[in-house]
Design a protein. Sequence first.
Length: 144
Amino acid sequence: MIIIASDHAGFELKREIIKHLEETKTEFTEMGCLNGERCDYPAVAEQACREVTEGRADKVILVCGTGIGISMAANKVKGIRAALCTDEYMSEYARRHNDANALCLGGRVIGAGLACNIVDRFLSTGFEGGRHADRVNMITKLEN
């Protein structure tokens, strides 16, 4: 299962991604801003990322205005490897080489069609392991 969450700036893009997830029958839980009213991305990121780090979800999709702030906040949560992606290639390699478990998107900088393609690539790509696992372990050591 995945979590999808946003602040108010990412709310509209989150709604479009949710439509896509429903169409593709992807199991998800929505968190964060639920009505477009102001909410703070650091709190949204922490709450949603805890669902992953505590084992209730596999991955999280986070959306704010640019994707920058929410990715910074997400990466402060121990066990999260958040990647701000602006195209499908970045999304694929965030999973393939970095074992990213959080995808961050900017609701004010990319359109819904591209965002859904990025999400699809993120959710369908596995981690290669091997030498990349060594590097992910090095990242984990940094946070410890």
